[in-house]
Write a protein that binds this ligand. Structure first.
Ligand SMILES: *Cc1c(COP(=O)(O)O)cnc(C)c1O
Length: 480
């Protein structure tokens, strides 16, 4: 419970989960259940401090009436493959799956600890996390959230989603700098102010993907996808299924690995990267090397050179705390590390990796539309493209599920370009243009974000972030 509340361990390392192998999880029987019941089983197993009834109530308040699909995360057949659509939540991105639930987990964990402090969540975002976190925490009692985003580093739609977000406990502030400036600003606040705020009854927490409470809800959709293929008669119980995952911080694909550890017949996990292909090189050679230029791509949520959840995977696979600690130390001091050969072989027996540049991303969007009449976003396109590389390399592979992580309407400019549309269009006009071209329905929440009034105007320099948080914390309530 401590892990959910604090997000990061006192020594700066990440909390991880106890061994799964001994859990004796009855994965076969959960496959007969609906999505919310599967979620209750998995969450209770991995977060044993919560009772079944408690968890069921939490899941209902987190998800009911918030997702536009009854199944939450439906599976759609496209050609020979399946797309697992994770973007039917309140902000049209897959981060909703975890960030709808996390605030409720935190609130209940506080109550169970007998803790009456208020939770103040601080998050730096390059886009989707901030949007989904604000929506998730909006008006959850006992919590407040401040999101920092780089002033020129998020898409126009993502910016609109954040600066128009209602709720009396949410704040968003532009930082004059890049994502790293915002991120290191947040880290500084944690070390400089956590103690003094605690004395005022305010507990700092984070909503980034290193928080274990964000990881666990993502395991659920690997099971629900497998269950959907079973129901559709595309597999029989026990058959393997491969998953292709558009990867940034390695949280989503790590959840797939944990599903496999719990017994789900996951074949290969395909790690799909954009031009920031650190993970492709790592999974092919065992050498992690972040000493390379950072590239801004059309799939910005995957523009990452240090994937923080990889640390957890290395620990789960090796069980060797000293080794992982030495590797992470080397990464921060020298920018690279090499893992031992036996560990690399273990990794490669589960993971396959490939990458996709912007040109290939646009081509993939076009191909999916022309050949299958399926409209996808840029991140999903990366995963689809790499999945096709994988299929060419492994004829006779099992059925393949591609994780679709955002609505195409979150990145309308790139999708319009891919479809050959010319001319400028921004905001609502871009959404309407893409809709006119394809007839695919536009998610309500995106129309609303482009039409609502701006409520958040704050803009500060990175140096002022600490002062800003202290001033906000002092106000007893934020009237927007
Ligand atoms: C965050 C994000 C990803 C990457 O997920 P990780 O868990 O960081 O690997 C992929 N696609 C979209 C749209 C995202 O928002």
């Amino acid at each position: 419970m401590q892990a959910i509340l604090e997000g990061i361990a006192p020594d700066g390392g990440l909390y991880t989960l106890a061994s799964f192998a001994q859990s004796g999880f009855d994965w076969k029987s959960v496959l007969k259940m609906d999505t919310l019941s599967i979620a209750a089983e998995i969450l209770c197993l991995l977060l044993p401090n919560f009772s079944r009834a408690e968890m069921q109530a939490l899941l209902r308040s987190a998800y009911e009436n918030k997702f536009s699909s009854r199944e939450l995360t439906p599976v759609v057949p496209v050609g020979d493959d399946f797309l697992l659509e994770l973007f039917h939540g309140p902000t049209s991105a897959f981060k909703d799956v975890a960030l709808c639930l996390l605030p409720h987990l935190m609130q209940t964990a506080m109550r169970k600890c007998g803790c009456t402090d208020e939770i103040l969540v601080l998050t730096a975002t390059s886009g989707d996390t901030g949007v989904a976190a604000m929506a998730g925490f909006c008006d959850v009692p006992g919590t407040r959230i401040i999101v920092f985003y780089p002033a020129n580093g998020v898409s126009p739609i993502q910016r609109a989603q954040m600066v128009t977000q209602p709720g009396s406990n949410v704040k968003v502030c532009a930082v004059q700098g890049n994502f790293d400036d915002a991120q290191s600003g947040v880290k500084r606040i944690f070390s400089a102010a956590a103690q003094s705020l605690k004395q005022q009854g305010i507990r700092l927490s984070s909503a980034n993907s290193i928080n274990i409470g964000r990881l666990v809800p993502q395991i659920v959709y690997y099971f629900s996808a497998y269950a959907a293929l079973l129901r559709a008669g595309r597999i029989t119980l026990g058959d393997k299924v491969d998953f292709s995952v558009p990867t940034g911080n390695f949280g989503d694909i790590l959840a797939g690995f944990i599903a496999r550890e719990l017994g789900l017949p996951v074949g290969r996990l395909i790690c799909a990267s954009n031009a920031n292909n650190v993970l492709t090189d790592f999974l092919q050679t065992g050498c992690y090397d972040r000493r390379r230029p950072f590239r801004v791509t059309l799939s910005p949520s995957m523009d990452i050179l240090v994937s923080s959840n990889l640390e957890r995977l290395l620990y789960l696979l090796s069980g060797d705390e000293a080794l992982v600690c030495a590797l992470m130390t080397r990464l921060s001091s020298e920018g690279h590390y090499q893992i031992p050969q036996p560990l690399l072989e273990k990794l490669q027996s589960v993971f396959w990796a490939g990458c996709c540049d912007d040109g290939e991303t646009l081509k993939a969007i076009r191909t999916l539309w022309d050949e299958h009449h399926y409209l996808c976003d840029t991140h999903t396109a990366v995963a689809w493209h790499v999945a096709q590389q994988y299929k060419a390399a492994f004829p006779g592979h099992p059925p393949l599920v591609i994780l679709s992580t955002a609505s195409p309407y979150k990145f309308p400019d790139a999708v319009l370009t891919a479809l050959g549309s010319t001319g400028e269009a921004a905001g609502l006009a871009a959404l309407e243009k893409l809709h006119a071209l394809t007839g695919v329905p536009v998610p309500e929440n995106l129309i609303a974000a482009c039409s609502r009034q701006t409520r958040h105007f704050d803009r500060i320099s990175p140096e002022d972030m600490l002062g800003y948080v202290l001033r906000q914390a002092e106000e007893k309530s934020w009237k927007a």
